[in-house]
Design a protein around this ligand. Sequence first.
Ligand code: GUN
Length: 292
Amino acid sequence: MKILDGKQTSAALKEEIKAEVLKIKSAGGKIPHLAVILVGHDGGSETYVASKVKACEYVGFKSSLIRYEDNVSESELLAKIEELNSDDDLDGFIVQLPLPKHIDEQKVIEAIDYRKDVDGFHPINAGRLMLGLPAFVPATPMGIMTLLERYQVPTDGKHCVVIGRSHIVGRPMSVLMSNKANPGNATVTLCHSHTPNLKEITLQADIIIAALGKPEFLKGDMVKDGVTIIDVGVTRLPSDKTKSGWKLYGDVAFDEVSPKASYITPVPGGVGPMTIVSLLQNTLLSAKNEIY
Ligand code: GUN
């Protein structure tokens, strides 16, 4: 069993990005600039956004954090997005999700200029990804593809089972794994909450990507020997055994599944750090005009 170490891989990638920023700087070029809009004080969002800003600082990007209280109006948020769309210094920006209930998330996503949509959530980027055209790829699926590539995990001709059909992870993941590419060229089954015979399907999988958000859902008896496991789950549950008072759980029962696996991502330290570094990569791609 080999651990797909997202912490180590993302650290190496950050060094590569940092070196590239230094090169840009010494050539007198423009420093990549990412802005993040954060609405309210959701615990998870605060943590993610802090990590994104810290990662920008580490690699030498310029970053801007724009905060609003929970009661910000949809029109105020849309006006800010318009302003960021036409800010020439900005290479990309994201609006951290979820947003408060009174704000239409889809409307907000569609207001972002797709050429600055480094989250890859805009319908133009989602559509182009589906067609195999250059596009900003959402950070989590992109990070998973990078991890598979760096560890040279075989995917060609394999049966890949994706559990979860979210726009952010499961759906784009299913497209990427079925693409004519390496990694890719897999036969993909996309499962979700209405799949009746899930265990029957996961037992046939060479690769399982668990992205359903249910702690330790995938058990040892649901996988075959030699499987590759990508665990996207990050559920925080209270714990009296940790200093922080909470513990992070993946969607995979690691202790049961790992002895049967060829490759497996841990939680934490697997997919999570890869997500952050992918956002940096997208920002750099945007700064270099490599997608649009
Ligand atoms: N909320 C959870 N994941 C993400 C992400 O990748 N981007 C944004 N904007 N919000 C999120």
